[in-house]
Structures are given as C-alpha cells and as structure tokens.
Design a protein around this ligand. Structure first.
Ligand code: ADP
Length: 234
C-alpha cells in the first residue's frame, strides 16, 4: 500500500511539473504565432505563403496538445453539482448541432427517464460528451460508401448508474485500435492529439464511473458512459 501511495505522490508531482512546463511553452508559442502572422505579407511576396500556413497550423496543433494535456493533468477533484441527465444531453446536442449539420449527419436524442440525475462536474463531463460526439462525427466522415451519417444519444437508468450511450454508424474500429483507444497520444488522425479519450476516461473514472466501447468495423461504434446516479433533483 505504501509503495502505491509513493507512486501516486510521484505521479502527482510529475503532473504538476508537466503542467508548469506546458504553461511555459504556451507563451513563446503565442508570440511565434503572432510574428509569423506579421511575416505573412513578405511570404506572399516571395510566393511562400504555404510555409506560413504550415507553421501556423503546426503551432495550433502544438497548442491543442498542450491545452488538452493541461486539462487532463489538472488536480482532478471534480466540482460536483446535481444535474438532470436530459438537460446535459440537450446542451451537448445544441453544441454539436452545427458541426453535425455541416457534415450532413443526423443527431438523435432519447432520454428514457426524465428525472435521471447525476452529481457531476458539468464542465468536465460535457467535455467528455463533446469529445465522443466529435469522434463519432469524424468516424462518420471517414466512411467510404454512401450512407446517411447518424448519431444516437440516449440515457437510461442501469442499476446504480445512469447510462449515457453515444452510438454512431461510422467506420468502426478493429481490435488493434480498440486495444489502444484510451492510451494517451494514440491517434489515427492526421491532426489528432490522441488525448481526447484518455482525458475522458480519467474524468469519468474520477466521478466513480466507467466508459465501455463496442465497435464493429464498417458498421459503427457505441460508447457507454456509466455515472453513479444521484438520488432526487435539487
Ligand atoms: P483523437 O480524436 O485526437 O485521435 P481520441 O483519444 O479522442 O484522440 O481518439 C483516439 C482514436 O480512437 C482516434 O484517432 C480514432 O482512431 C479512434 N476512435 C475514437 N472514437 C471513434 C469512433 N467513434 N469511431 C471510430 N474510431 C474512433
């Protein structure tokens, strides 16, 4: 037991150092970004606009990685408040709607228990839901054959848990990918950070919940988020 407590201390310390470094790297990146933008007219003059564009998008990618990393290494005691799951899903849908529309994808939502309530850090869990919906949209965009993209989000009570299911009819995953899904920095996307799901699983774990995945290649994927439900509304 002592060994693992020590291990935890070390991890917490490492997290703090990493967060401090990430923070310090962000400042110079911001000024690099600014100066590259100032150089743009000159790059244009010599026909090298492309270089500027690549530098900017790579800086943005580095920033994304740092942002998600900072989020994931924050002291992770969630600020819990009671929320009705239906409301949470409604907001998630609202925030994803325009992106879904742009990609020609339908979003459906069904809540089987309107009183279903969880005690959660709303910001953190919303981040998880948005992450998973965004991945679903990406998976749908990558399907080769023509079919209407569709995401189904639903919630119901399951024993001591509120179960939120997010199902897509996207490209699905092979076993090899499923095995590494939650590893930090694992990504199959050109501009991915591979942090979305590792951060998400950590957030749900900190809430005393779990995430499960079920996927079939070429058919789609279902993410199931279990969160302990809170008795009554507030
Ligand atoms: P990122 O989105 O930056 O790649 P994530 O941790 O969110 O990072 O996802 C890791 C990988 O898991 C993705 O690159 C993708 O290959 C796979 N993945 C996640 N969600 C889905 C999904 N709904 N359908 C198919 N593949 C998925």
């Amino acid at each position: 037991i002592e060994q693992s407590a020590l291990q935890n201390d070390k991890l917490a310390m490492l997290g703090k150092i990493a967060a401090a470094i990430a923070h310090e790297i962000r400042n110079p990146l911001t000024s690099i970004r600014g100066f590259i933008q100032l150089l743009n007219p000159f790059l244009k003059e010599v026909g090298k606009e492309e270089y500027g564009r690549i530098i900017l998008s790579e800086i943005d990618r580095a920033n994304d990685i740092i942002f998600e990393f900072l989020n994931s290494s924050k002291p992770s005691d969630p600020m819990k408040q009671k929320v009705v799951v239906g409301m949470l899903l409604k907001e998630t849908i609202m925030l994803s709607e325009s992106e879904a529309l742009m990609r020609g994808c339908e979003l459906h939502c069904e809540v089987f228990d309107p009183d279903l309530t969880v005690a959660i850090d709303v910001k953190q869990v919303k981040q998880v839901l948005l992450n998973i919906v965004k991945n679903a949209l990406d998976a749908i965009s990558e399907v080769k054959e023509k079919r209407k993209g569709r995401i189904d989000i639903c919630a119901r009570r399951e024993g001591k848990y509120a179960l939120i299911s997010i199902r897509d009819n996207g490209k699905g995953m092979e076993r090899a990918i499923l095995n590494r899904l939650f590893d930090p920095f694992f990504t199959t996307k050109e501009a991915g950070t591979g942090l979305g799901l590792s951060v998400s699983s950590r957030i749900i774990c900190n809430h005393g919940g779990t995430i499960e995945v079920d996927s079939t290649v070429n058919e789609g994927t279902e993410f199931m988020i279990y969160l302990p439900f809170a008795e009554g509304k507030e």
